[in-house]
Every structure is written in structure tokens, then in C-alpha cells.
Design a protein around this ligand. Structure first.
Ligand code: GLA
Length: 756
């Protein structure tokens, strides 16, 4: 049996992996600018730079906005590529996404175009996320078999980031099996057990027969847990499905293979079903929010005690400081405290099964956000199509699905709420999608939740809505009147003004618009969490605290892919730990779990379950803002379990407020650690490589400074582990997330790299 092409299906999505027969191209010569002759075969490239297509040109130091850049590839295409195909119909050039539009030439001739350039008849249109596949008929003679071919890609970018980013390019002469695909769904069988349904589909009119085999495998031991196979015939009108049961509390892989009878070629798809590690919460009340909260003197308090357990739970206190009250039905604490100082009292949570007490301190002073903010933001799900109803629907689900019991409290509207024009008196208005900000704020506060909003220091936001320029104080006053508790202030349109400023090379020029809004916010009689969003420019982490920002985005926008998660989480954060502290946090952007889509079209996050465990583990280690970016109303059991693990969240909310440092980088194994207020350490052992790994934690003890291990706890499973057996199976892109106690301090040494 020959395995010609491997299709890898992850968490419901299919993605191509390389096959031996594809010709891959990753490295190009690059030139910014535009010149029609660069499409040709013979171009003097001596002054061109090297570039990769696996990441945007922006991430490789190229800055071209509203302009062009060219990539040129020289590639030998062996004739065997053609000869080995049983179809021999087309030569496919598969380019992946390109930000924003491209024209692609083969040996001087245009073979495809996606998106539109500003000079095109219908004007500019971005198709940055569209995967390009340009097909050349094998009969065209354009391809030089066994010779060197020149592929030239002309790319237009509107705003950063830009360029090719999903490389490598693949060249392929498709086979019959390339017209087949395997899809996968998770469903409940009639008896309530979970089953995976694997389906073989065809794009061809002609019927193809073969053997379809599906097996459930334990990736750790390689053991086959169950398998089924049958002879099937498929065509474009007829597919075939096989259902296999599996346990969704166990890490398994479902591997489906179709072997076509005539050619003997196969396609294989691997699916990783979502698996739940977080144990169910006890029926008795349990406090899941930290025992410390910061507020400024006299500011209104909107806080909700996060308590899990069978409902109803009554929340009360006998020694509340004067000026405060608790709604016993939802745990909403309100009121205000005029004088600076620490106020400690006991809160009781009681239900039919029992009660729990928590000592709780309100620190009244100049610092708010003593732990990172937890909540929701509309952007990663709804994008510009956010409405008041959608915010309310997610807020209700936040309460009903129990996320509010775990401390998620901010409900933040991102871009898309603003009226097209300011009111005659210069104040900002809302558009028709938001009937009443004040009513929304009042309702959220009644539930003990908080209310957030978005604007830009520029004339326009990133979405093209009105920004706050020249109206900063008026806008801050409007926010106060609506009851806003959080402002995300996004650079965007300010870039145009900044370009014209004579001192725009200075840090001061980056600080200026943020300081201006800070002064306006601080004039308001309420606490407004100040979230800077300017993608890390001018090392914002070095001055964010000085403008009294509570957090600052450290990178460009995140999206729901491993590449994005890896670049932002693992590549861009290691040096930033010294800058995070209570009240002031690095923000590597919002969460990408659950149903996301940046529009009305939502989809399941494209991250595998293991990548999602990595995402949440790393963000809690990084003391990051934990802003959910999906539609909570549609949130499934797996995503709730990811976001509502009290021991994992306790790392993020630890009151010591120290961000993790990367202590070990050893090939694809990375270990990040962060000290916690109880003297222990949160330790994430990550496998960022493409294959599963067995990792001997002990091997890294010298680098981590561990001589004697007192205890090890698996945070996701909430189980104590044996300290004498510390070899862990960590799947590709997955994590082992531990709470470790040792006689010695862990990590925090100068060396960032493996000493090997
Ligand atoms: C920028 C920000 C995003 C989002 C959009 C809204 O891209 O980085 O998080 O706020 O603007 O237009």
C-alpha cells in the first residue's frame, strides 16, 4: 500500500501536510516596489534580499504599506512528478494565503490572480485569507520538466502585516486520491455515548472503489483501542461514513484511511477529538476568584464573587465594610469606599450541599487590576457585526454556563458600535446596533459584571469608525455616563497623524496620544481599566506603566492558527516578563478558543485540542488578560472546561503577579515557569514540535535549579503526581502543566537558552 498524500484533520478542520511527491518552495528572493519586468524569466536579482513565505514580510523586517513587493522562486520540477500521477491533468501551484492581493507568473506568463489592486477597474479588494491554488494544464508546455522554472509573485499590501505567510508553496500533479477527502464530525449516539463519524467524500463523477478503515488509537502507547473497515464505492453524489465510539476524557487520535483499489494509493486523515481534562466542580460551594481586589478611593465597585457549586448559592457577609453591599443571589458586590486602605472581611457562600468561607480584601489605593482582567471581547467572534443583542446574549451565557463563577466579568464591545458622525455638540453617538449603552451598562453592573468599550486616538478606528481625536475628554465623559469600566484604545488611524509629526522617531511621539487619554480618563469619577492597543510599537512595555496603562498589547492581531499562537505566544513574549506586575500587564491578545470568525460567520477554532490546552496554559503563565473571543452562547462543554479550571485560572490570577519566564529552550521542548504567592511554581512543559514526545522533566532540573522536588501536581487534571517518575508524554503542540514545589527556587536564572 502506497501512502501518496496525507490529509491531516484537526479538531474538525482538514489541513494538508507535505507528501513526498510535492515539490516545496519556501525561500525566495524579494524586492519591495513594483516593476512589470520582474515577472520575466531573466532578472538581475543580485540586489534582492532573501525571504521566507512561512511568515509575513512584516515579521521579517519589511515595511511596505499601500504598496507592492515581488517574490521570485527558481525551482526544478522533475518529470517524475508528472509521470507518477494517474490523472496527469493539471500542475497545481498551491500558494496558501497572501496579504492582501497577488498576481502570479510562471516563466513570465500570468497563471493566477487573487484579490484586486487599487489600480484595478473595480478598485482594491483584499483576499488575504484565501488559499491560492493556480492550475496549469499539463498540455500547456509552460512548465519546463526537468528544467528550472521561475515563479514570480507580485504582492500588494494595504496595511500591516503584509506578504505571503502560509508557505511553503507546493507544486503537485494531482492523483485520483487528491480529489477525495475525509471529513469528520463528533456526535452523540442514541445511547448517549460519543462517537466520531468519519466520512470519505469524492469530487469526481466517476465511481471509485476501495477500502475505508477507521481506528481509534492511544497516541501515548500506540495501542489501537477500536477499529472498523469496509469496502466502499464513492463518487460526487455518494459518500460513505463510518462511526466509531470514543471516550472524550481521554487523549485519542482517530485515524481514517481510504485505499483506492485500482491505483493502490491512499489518503489518510487524522482527527484529534476534543478531550476534557478539567474535573467536574464539587456540588458544594467553592470560591474561584482571588481574595484581593483593587479600587481607587470613592470609585463605584462592580465585582462579582465567583463561586461554583449546585445552584442556588447564597452569598453573604456579616462584616462587610460600611458603604458596601452584596446581592446574595448573584454575588454582586457594590458600593464604594472613600478612604485608602485595606478592608478585609469574610464572605460566606452557602447552598443545599454545604458552605464555604473566604477572607477577602479590598485594597483601596491608586492601583486597580491587581490581577489580570478576565472576561469577553466581541472582536474575535463578531468583528464589526457586533450588536447590543449579541453582547447581552454572550453575557447571559457567561452567567448561565458558569463562566461568571470562575471570575470572567468584563463584557467588552470592540470596534463597530460608533455612530457615523458626531452629535452637533461634538459628543460621540452609537449606531443603530446599540439602542442604549447606559441600559446595557446598568444591566451588566446589576449582575456584578463590568462593561468595556473600544476607541482610537486617531480620526478613524481600524474598522473605519470614528476615533476620539480632538474629542478625548468628551469621549471619556460619555464613557463615564454609560458606566464604562474598560477602554481598549487602538492606535490605528492615529498612524496617519503620527507620520506627519516631526518627532515621530521618538518614544515621546508614541506616548503622547496615550497620555492624553489617560488624563481624560482619570478625571472621571470611576475606575476605567486602560488597555493600550498599538501592537508593541516603541517597546510599549517599557512605558505602559508610566502612562498608567493597565495592559498593553505586545504584538499584532492574533488569529486561530498554530502559527499565530506560536509567533505571538512563544516568539514574542520571552523577554517581557520583567514588565508585568499587579496593575500593569503584558497583553498577547485575546483568546482564540470556541467559535470565532471575526464576522457573522462563526467556525470552531482551527486550533487542535492540544493547541488549545497550550494556549490557555501559556496565557495563564504569562499573566495575560484572559478575554474570551468566541460566542459564549454557542460555547461547547470542552471550551467551558478549558476556561473554567479553577487551578489553572488561579495561576493567571495569582496575586504575586509575576509573569513566567522561559527557562528552557531545548529543540522543540520549552519550559516556562512562574513563582506563585504560596511559594510554589507553575511550570509549563511545552512541545512545540511536529511530533509527539516523551519528556524527562528531570533532565532539566539543573537548568531549573531544582535539587529536591517536594511535590508535583497536574493542573489540568488536578491530580498529585509521583515525584519519582517525572517522564511525561506531551503530544505535538501540547503541554504538561504542573504546579511544582521544590526546596529551591525554580528558574529565574539569567540564562534563557538550554545550556546544551
Ligand atoms: C485592531 C485591533 C483588534 C481589533 C480591531 C478592530 O486590529 O488590534 O484587536 O480591535 O482593530 O477594528
Amino acid at each position: 500500500m502506497k501512502h501518496f498524500l496525507i490529509l491531516l484533520a484537526v479538531a474538525g478542520t482538514m489541513s494538508l501536510t507535505s507528501s513526498a511527491q510535492d515539490v516545496l518552495m519556501e525561500n525566495a528572493k524579494f524586492h519591495a516596489g513594483d516593476n512589470a519586468s520582474w515577472a520575466g524569466e531573466n532578472v538581475d536579482e543580485s540586489s534582492w534580499r532573501d525571504i521566507k513565505n512561512s511568515a509575513t514580510w512584516t515579521s521579517q523586517g519589511v515595511k511596505v504599506e499601500n504598496g507592492f513587493g515581488w517574490y521570485r522562486y527558481h525551482v526544478r520540477l522533475p518529470k517524475s512528478l508528472l509521470e507518477k500521477s494517474d490523472l496527469k491533468e493539471t500542475v497545481d501551484f498551491i500558494l496558501g494565503g497572501i496579504d492582501d492581493a497577488d498576481e502570479t507568473y510562471l516563466n513570465g506568463k500570468l497563471i493566477g490572480k487573487t484579490g484586486r489592486f487599487p489600480s484595478d477597474e473595480k478598485g482594491y479588494a483584499s483576499q488575504w485569507s484565501t488559499k491560492r491554488c493556480y492550475r496549469v494544464p499539463v498540455t500547456s508546455n509552460l512548465v519546463k520538466w526537468d528544467g528550472v522554472n521561475v515563479l514570480a509573485v507580485r504582492v500588494y499590501n494595504a496595511s500591516d502585516p503584509g506578504g505571503m505567510f502560509e508557505g511553503p508553496i507546493r507544486v503537485r500533479v494531482p492523483n485520483t486520491v487528491d480529489n477525495l477527502s475525509i471529513s469528520f464530525t463528533e456526535a452523540k449516539a442514541a445511547n448517549g455515548t460519543l462517537q466520531g463519524i468519519s466520512t470519505i467524500n469524492s469530487k469526481m463523477k466517476a465511481t471509485k472503489s476501495g477500502v475505508f478503515a477507521v481506528k481509534v488509537v492511544d497516541p501515548e502507547t500506540g495501542e489501537t483501542l477500536s477499529e472498523k473497515s469496509m469496502k466502499v464505492s464513492v463518487n460526487e453524489k455518494k459518500n460513505k461514513a463510518i462511526a466509531v465510539p470514543y471516550d472524550n476524557h481521554r487523549m485519542v487520535r482517530i485515524i481514517s484511511t481510504f485505499t483506492e483499489s485500482k491505483s493502490g494509493l491512499s489518503i489518510t486523515s487524522q482527527y484529534i477529538p476534543k478531550y476534557i481534562l478539567t474535573p467536574a466542580a464539587p456540588a458544594t460551594p467553592r470560591f474561584n476568584t482571588p481574595s484581593l481586589y483593587g479600587v481607587r478611593p470613592g470609585s463605584p465597585i462592580h465585582f462579582r464573587f465567583g463561586v461554583s457549586g449546585d445552584k442556588p448559592v447564597k452569598i453573604t457577609s456579616d462584616d462587610l465594610p460600611q458603604g458596601l453591599s452584596i446581592n446574595p443571589d448573584n454575588g454582586a458586590l457594590s458600593g464604594s469606599l472613600a478612604k485608602a486602605g485595606s478592608y478585609t472581611f469574610t464572605v460566606k457562600a452557602k447552598n443545599a450541599k454545604g458552605e464555604q468561607l473566604q477572607r477577602f480584601t479590598i485594597r483601596v489605593g491608586s492601583t486597580i487590576a491587581l490581577t489580570p482582567p478576565m472576561g469577553w471581547n466581541s472582536w474575535n467572534c463578531w468583528g464589526l457585526s457586533v450588536t447590543q443583542d449579541k453582547v447581552i446574549s454572550s453575557a447571559k451565557a457567561l452567567i448561565e454556563k458558569g463562566l461568571a463563577d470562575y471570575g470572567y466579568s468584563y463584557m467588552n464591545i470592540d470596534d463597530g458600535w460608533e455612530a457615523p458622525e458626531r452629535n452637533p455638540d461634538g459628543t460621540i453617538g452609537v449606531n443603530e446596533k446599540f439602542p442604549s449603552m447606559k441600559a446595557l451598562g446598568d444591566w451588566l453592573h446589576g449582575e456584578g459584571l463590568k462593561f468595556g468599550i473600544y476607541s482610537s486616538p486617531g480620526d478613524l478606528t481600524c474598522g473605519g469608525y470614528l476615533g476620539s481625536i480632538d474629542h478625548e475628554l468628551q469621549d471619556a465623559e460619555s464613557y463615564n455616563s454609560w458606566g464604562i469600566d474598560y477602554l481598549k484604545y487602538d492606535w490605528c488611524g492615529y498612524g496617519r497623524k503620527h507620520q506627519t509629526e516631526p518627532d515621530n522617531h521618538t518614544v515621546a511621539s508614541y506616548v503622547r496620544p496615550y497620555l492624553l487619554m489617560e488624563r481624560c480618563l482619570r478625571q472621571q469619577p470611576r475606575d476605567i481599566f486602560y488597555s493600550l492597543c498599538q501592537y508593541g510599537m516603541a517597546d510599549v512595555w517599557k512605558w505602559g506603566e508610566a502612562v498608567d496603562a493597565n495592559s498593553w498589547r505586545t504584538t499584532g492581531d492574533i488569529t486561530d492558527t498554530w502559527q499565530s499562537l506560536y509567533n505571538i505566544g512563544f516568539e514574542r513574549q520571552p523577554e517581557l516578563y520583567p514588565y508585568a506586575k499587579p496593575g500593569h500587564w503584558n497583553d498577547p491578545d485575546m483568546l482564540i478558543v470556541g467559535k470565532v470568525g471575526w464576522s457573522d460567520n462563526l467556525r470552531d477554532s482551527r486550533l487542535t485540542p492540544d493547541e488549545q490546552y497550550t494556549h490557555i496554559s501559556l496565557w495563564t503563565l504569562l499573566a495575560s488578560n484572559m478575554l474570551i473571543g468566541c460566542d459564549i452562547a454557542q460555547m461547547d462543554e470542552f471550551t467551558v472546561s478549558l476556561l473554567c479550571n479553577n487551578e489553572v485560572n488561579a495561576v493567571n490570577q495569582d496575586i504575586l503577579g509575576k509573569q513566567a519566564k522561559r527557562d528552557v529552550e531545548d529543540g522543540s521542548i520549552q519550559i516556562w515557569s512562574r513563582p506563585l504567592s504560596d511559594g510554589s511554581y507553575a511550570v509549563g512543559i511545552f512541545n512545540v514540535g511536529k511530533t509527539d514526545a516523551h519528556v524527562d522533566f528531570k533532565k532539566y532540573f539543573p537548568q531549573l535549579g531544582i535539587k529536591s522536588l517536594k511535590s508535583v501536581r497536574d493542573l489540568w487534571r488536578q491530580q498529585d503526581l509521583d515525584t519519582s517518575d517525572v517522564t511525561y508524554f506531551i503530544p505535538t503542540h501540547g503541554v504538561k502543566y504542573l504546579k511544582v514545589k521544590s526546596e529551591e527556587p525554580i528558574g529565574r536564572r539569567q540564562s534563557m537558552k538550554s545550556e546544551e
